[in-house]
Design a protein around this ligand. Structure first.
Ligand code: FRU
Length: 499
């Protein structure tokens, strides 16, 4: 009898334990999904048209790939905090490059170290032996001493990855070899991997038939007048130019000089499956002339479109930008093209047309206007005289830029007048200069303003300038001095609300 009571008592205790364990787990799952997808995204300075993780620190975009109808955006992510550390691949997905849904962390640090930047490919023909059409990730395993290259495969459409047991696939014993970008080179029937050489400044090119065994093919080095740089996050791809094609080599460099910090340059030339040979142009040529476009790389598997996403921040002050509980946003996705200017090709970029999905109707504006959470201004300015353009809020904070008609340059002032800047003495900069690269007697600028950023891009993409700003309220007036102009604006709806 006593024994039976004891048994029943034990069963009750076990049931209570199981139920409370399940409840705790359910709560955790609920917490997880609410922090991933249902956060308010309405904190001060929270971008409304740019991707940000709900919380914690993000840097470079990684593994950009269009796979089975979904755009994947992996990124350097610290799941534990709001500054750099514990580097993992965070993950977000989108159907249209504009609305994003945060997903669980896809790859976490392992015995080979942190998971640094890298890329994804689809192994259509099962060359690596993990299965046909496998989504593969190629990343840098980084411990304190070594940067080696590793691969992983996904069995669940990119939600999670399993590391290959033979990692690293490119062993190495120093810390200046990182950020693999891999693509299939049809002519030589090989996977090509390009790697940045960090403070050794250059790019290493490797080839492979199976993603597991890699052979060194060549080294690209070039002497260019940029002081104290390290090379990171390369990309190599082809674009149409006139009746043929050209190869574009993107390299992010940090810093670009004493006050500019992180930036991305590009080379144009030829790649024969082994060696990249640059055209003789006046390098460095910058992809974006603002302070906050770094580590930009392009999507794989998007057919004829070449789409780039860049990290909208700068290592000069990234850990201190005054935002919480997240830190850093991605710049708006851009479509890349080579266009001709003064007889030479330049890499042009415009915001992807999918931005129209969140846009309201165009309205003519004179000076004051009523901004939504974010907006786009289209400003057409005559180039017969110099002009000065001010975007201002009710608090008197302002972002000023000038257009010099003689040199056809845009000079911007991301200085202490723009809003909050005192969090880091390197944030306010004296001036930023960009060539407009337009002919004709006027220039059309598209200006995308969000809660804490401003992206200025010429209509044909010949010049872009991305800057963070931290104004008390979003700018709500436009003044143009010196020239005749036309301006219209349209509101851009928050990507965090279902439109
Ligand atoms: C560039 C970079 C990469 C590296 C990653 C680490 O911003 O330094 O070279 O893989 O960040 O987070």
């Amino acid at each position: 009898m006593n024994n039976a009571i004891f048994k029943i008592f034990n069963i009750i205790i076990l049931l209570v334990f199981i139920t409370s364990f399940n409840l705790r787990n359910m709560n955790q799952n609920e917490e997880k999904s609410s922090s991933l997808t249902q956060g308010g995204y309405d904190e001060v300075f929270r971008p409304q048209i740019h991707y940000t993780p709900a919380k914690n620190f993000m840097n470079d975009p990684n593994g950009l790939i269009f796979f089975e109808g979904t755009y994947h955006l992996y990124y350097q992510y610290n799941p534990e905090g709001n500054v750099w550390g514990n580097m993992s691949w965070g993950h977000a997905t989108s159907k249209d490059l504009i609305h994003w849904e945060e997903q669980p962390v896809a790859i976490r640090p392992n015995e080979l170290g942190f998971i640094f930047s890298g890329s994804c490919v689809i192994d259509k023909e099962n060359k690596a032996g993990f299965g046909e059409n496998k989504l593969m990730a190629i990343y840098t395993s980084s411990d304190q001493i070594k940067q080696q290259q590793s691969i992983a495969y996904s069995n669940d459409g990119g939600q999670s990855f399993i590391n290959y047991s033979g990692n690293p696939v490119i062993p190495n014993d120093d810390e200046n070899l990182r950020d693999p970008k891999v693509f299939w080179h049809e002519e030589t029937k090989k996977w090509i991997m390009i790697l940045a050489k960090g403070i050794l400044k250059g790019v290493e090119i490797y080839g492979s038939e199976n993603l597991k065994e890699w052979k060194h093919l060549s080294t690209f080095v070039i002497d260019i007048p940029v002081p104290d740089i390290q090379w990171e996050c390369p990309d190599l791809f082809q674009l149409d130019y006139k009746d043929s094609k050209k190869w574009v080599l993107l390299v992010s460099v940090n810093p670009r000089g004493s006050f500019l910090g992180s930036g991305t340059m590009y080379f144009l030339g030829n790649f024969d499956g082994q060696t990249f040979t640059p055209d003789p142009l006046n390098y460095p040529i910058w992809f974006d002339y603002g302070m906050d476009s770094y580590a930009g790389v392009t999507y794989s598997n998007t057919g004829d479109r070449r789409i780039l996403i860049a990290w909208m921040n700068n290592w000069l002050y990234a850990p201190e930008v005054p935002v919480s509980p997240w830190r850093s946003a991605m710049a708006l996705p851009r479509e890349l093209k080579l266009i001709e200017y003064e007889g030479k090709p330049i890499l042009a970029s415009t915001v992807v047309y999918e931005i129209n999905k969140i846009a309201g109707p165009w309205k003519k504006i004179e000076s004051q206007f009523e901004p939504g959470v974010a907006y786009q201004i289209k400003l057409s300015i005559s180039l017969d005289k110099d002009s000065k353009i001010l975007l201002k809020n009710n608090e008197g904070e302002r972002f000023i830029f000038e257009i010099k008609c003689g040199t056809r340059k845009l000079i911007a002032y991301r200085n202490a007048a723009t809003g909050k800047t005192s969090f880091n003495p390197k944030f306010p900069v004296p001036s930023l200069e960009a060539p407009l690269n337009v002919s004709g007697d006027n220039v059309i600028l598209n200006i995308f303003v969000d809660q804490s950023s401003i992206e200025i891009i010429t209509e044909n993409g010949s010049m872009s300038m991305t800057n963070l700003i931290f104004p008390t309220s979003i700018y709500n007036s436009l003044s143009v001095y010196g020239v005749s102009y036309k301006a219209e604006m349209r509101n851009l709806n928050s990507i965090w609300r279902k439109n």
